[in-house]
Each structure stands twice: as structure tokens, then as C-alpha cells.
Ligand binder design. Structure first.
Ligand SMILES: Cc1ncc(COP(=O)(O)O)c(C=O)c1O
Length: 390
């Protein structure tokens, strides 16, 4: 990662070439269309840039989001083709979503009626959602046939797809359950076909199901995490994904403190002997979880791990760089990414917090500018500010 400390206090670098490479690996594995999941600003990577890169470089023509704002932002940014809103759209948002040609998720008859009432002009495109074991959105098998047939009769709606979400495809021990979900999905689709309702597009596999299973990919798979370079099934599946995001900052001050000196709020750390302490301008307002305080997390400085000492502040944190010779202001601090032989992944930060890589990536703060590397070139002067002005 370049040291960008002369321009930025803290920054994220997203490698779009690696994004495309991860996409190609997943597309090869899936042997079906891959629908990139770019909700939550593409898991913190910047949804419009991610989607437009995949559209331009890999001819991708289908994307998934969750909110109306995310869907409209993709269209405003020039994203074409199918944009599936996998959440529930509030009634007042329907006209704008319909004008923008967004496809909506329908998890039951009640919501279908709401969409049907609000639809105007051309039929509103929908994908039916089945709950085959996730227990979240969707129709359970017991009601799915009757409700789907009733939805098909409503005016103003066009059923273009049907989908479900696997709950445990990342857990090999739950593979029989995942296959059960798939069988349930298939049974409903076949029963609907027998009743004369044939739906063009079927999709049920997230990243882990795409990687861990053959034969359940159907027409399309919905992949998020894998495109961003992480694998949620632990076994070696022969797919080489590389994290596309690195997160950096730099040391702004370095000082030697005597034994017994305290560092940070509540005197959370007291030096046992003389220590070199580095201050880094990155805190929980930037998405660095307070839970990594008091040595639970570490960053890389000069290719070595420097533990976080004291409690993480809103805008700053402190590192123990005693063992890192020559550490000084201006040195690059790698929060996520590689530095020499060492690397810190979102899984490494997630472990001590008892969370998942998804939450680390989505949690990187809005005020951290995202810089993009494409065709090997880092665009240093055109960051994406996630809602802040540059
Ligand atoms: C409905 C749905 N489909 C697909 C995905 C993508 O999952 P993954 O990032 O594990 O590929 C998600 C993510 O949470 C989701 O909620």
C-alpha cells in the first residue's frame, strides 16, 4: 500500500483489478450468471464504482442492493440492466423505483398487494422470495404455492424471478440442511410450473453456496463477500480470492514514555518500563471498533505488528512501537492489508471482536476516503467520500 499520508489522514485503497479477478474466479465456478451484491455501498468498497467497473470490464448486467437509496444511486451512477432491491420498499418510494426500472423483492401476498396498488404504467418487475430455512423474508413452502399464484393474478406486477437465501452454506457441517433448502426451493418452483406459473429466473446461492456446492447455482448466483476477496467456508476450495481493500493511516506523533506512564482514557494502559508510543489519527468514528482497544488489535508498522495500547478514541489511537526500530512520524500504518511479510485481514480484526469479516468491511467509516487502483494505477486525487465532500 502506498503511503498517502501527505494527502490523507486515513484512507482506504480498493483494487479494482483484483475485484475483476475475483469476479472471474466466481463466474468460472458458478457456470451461471453472477449477480454482484453491492448493498451497503458494496460492503464499504463504494457501490457505484464497483458496479460500474464490473459492468465495463466484465459485462455484468445484474446487481443486488437492499435500499431504495442504494438502487437509485446505481442508476444515477450509470448502472444498467437488472437492479434487484432485496429489501422491502416503502410505499412512497415505489413510483421513483419504477421510473428507475428497479426490480422489487416480494416476500408475501400482503406486500405484493402494496406494490400492485402503487404500480403505475408499465408492470413493476418483481422477484418472489421464498423462505426455505433462513426464517427471515419470504413465503414458507406451506403457503408459497397459493400465495404465489395469487400474486401472479395481481395487476401491475410482472414476476421475473424467484429466489431464496441459504442460511448456513458457510458451514460444511450444515451441508445437508443447505441441500434441504435447495430441494425445498426446487419443489416450490416445480409445483408452480405444474400450476402453469413458469418464472424465468431462479437464484439461491450466495458466495459460500456458489463455492461449496455444485448443481445448485441455477440461472444466477448472488455473490458479495467473495468478490471482495473473502471466503466464508473455511476449507480449501481451490479458488484464489484476494482481498481488494486495504486500509491505511500514518503515525502523526511518536514519544518515549517512562515506566508507569498511562496512555489513553481511563488510564487503560500503564507502561511496564520505558515504551515508544505512536499516535495514529484513526478512531472509532472511522469505523475502528472500540473493542480492539487494550491490545486486542494490532496494526502493521515497518512490516511488524504494533499492538494497540490504551482505549481507542473517537479520532485517534495509540500503538506500542517499542520493538519497531526507527518508527517515526510519517510512517505508514496498515490497518488492513499487507506490509512486507505480514498481512492483516478483515478476519483478523473480526476474531477478537467475535464478529465476521462482513461487519468489519461494512463498518469502515464514511469519512474515510476510498481511493481506487485500476489497471495498476492508484487514482490518488479522486477519492470517493461516501457522502462527504472531498
Ligand atoms: C439475500 C442475499 N443474497 C446474497 C447475499 C450475498 O452473500 P455473500 O456476501 O455471502 O455472497 C446476501 C448477503 O448478505 C443476501 O442477504
Amino acid at each position: 500500500m502506498d503511503n498517502l499520508s501527505e494527502k490523507y489522514r486515513v484512507w482506504v485503497e480498493v483494487d479494482l483489478d483484483k475485484l475483476c479477478s475475483n469476479y472471474r474466479q466466481m463466474a468460472k465456478r458458478a457456470r451461471a450468471k453472477v449477480m454482484p451484491v453491492v448493498k451497503a455501498d458494496a460492503y464499504g468498497h463504494g457501490a457505484v464504482r464497483v458496479a460500474k467497473t464490473l459492468q465495463a470490464e466484465e459485462a455484468v448486467r445484474q446487481f443486488a442492493v437492499v435500499t431504495q437509496e442504494e438502487a437509485i444511486a446505481l442508476r444515477k451512477g450509470g448502472v444498467e440492466g437488472l437492479v434487484l432491491l432485496m429489501g422491502i420498499a416503502p410505499k412512497d418510494s415505489i413510483p421513483a423505483l419504477q421510473t428507475a426500472d428497479i426490480t422489487l423483492c416480494v416476500p408475501n401476498l400482503e406486500i405484493a398487494k402494496r406494490y400492485s396498488d402503487a404500480a403505475q404504467g408499465k408492470p413493476l418487475k418483481i422477484h418472489l422470495k421464498l423462505d426455505t430455512g433462513m426464517g427471515r423474508l419470504g413465503m414458507r413452502e406451506e403457503n408459497a404455492i397459493e400465495e404465489s399464484l395469487a400474486i401472479a393474478q395481481l395487476p401491475g406486477l410482472h414476476i421475473e424471478g424467484i429466489f431464496t437465501q441459504m442460511s448456513s452454506s458457510d458451514l460444511p457441517g450444515e451441508d445437508p440442511f443447505t441441500m434441504g433448502q435447495y430441494e425445498c426451493f426446487k419443489r416450490v418452483i416445480e409445483a408452480l410450473e405444474e400450476k402453469g406459473l413458469s418464472i424465468p429466473l431462479h437464484h439461491c446461492a450466495n458466495s459460500a453456496a456458489t463455492m461449496g456446492f455444485d448443481g445448485i447455482h441455477w440461472d444466477m448466483v448472488r455473490n458479495g463477500l467473495s468478490l471482495y476477496g473473502y471466503q466464508s467456508r473455511e476449507e480449501d476450495l481451490g479458488i484464489e480470492l484476494r482481498p481488494i481493500l486495504s486500509w491505511g493511516s500514518s503515525i502523526v506523533q511518536c514519544k518515549t514514555v517512562p515506566g508507569g506512564a498511562s496512555v489513553g482514557y481511563d488510564r487503560g494502559y500503564k507502561a511496564e518500563g520505558e515504551k515508544r508510543i505512536a499516535t495514529v489519527p484513526l478512531g472509532y468514528a472511522d469505523g475502528l471498533s472500540h473493542g480492539l482497544s487494550l491490545g486486542k488489535g494490532a496494526f502493521l508498522v515497518r512490516g511488524k505488528k504494533a499492538p494497540i495500547v490504551g482505549k481507542i478514541c473517537m479520532d485517534m489511537c495509540m500503538l506500542d512501537v517499542t520493538g519497531i526500530e526507527g518508527a517515526q512520524p510519517g510512517d505508514l500504518v496498515t490497518v488492513l492489508g499487507e506490509d512486507g511479510p505480514e498481512m492483516i485481514s478483515a478476519d483478523d480484526l473480526a476474531g477478537p471482536l467475535d464478529t465476521i469479516s462482513y461487519e468489519i468491511l461494512c463498518g469502515i467509516g464514511k469519512r474515510v476516503p476510498r481511493l481506487y487502483r485500476q489497471k495498476g494505477v492508484l487514482e490518488k486525487d479522486t477519492p470517493y467520500w461516501c457522502g462527504y465532500e472531498g
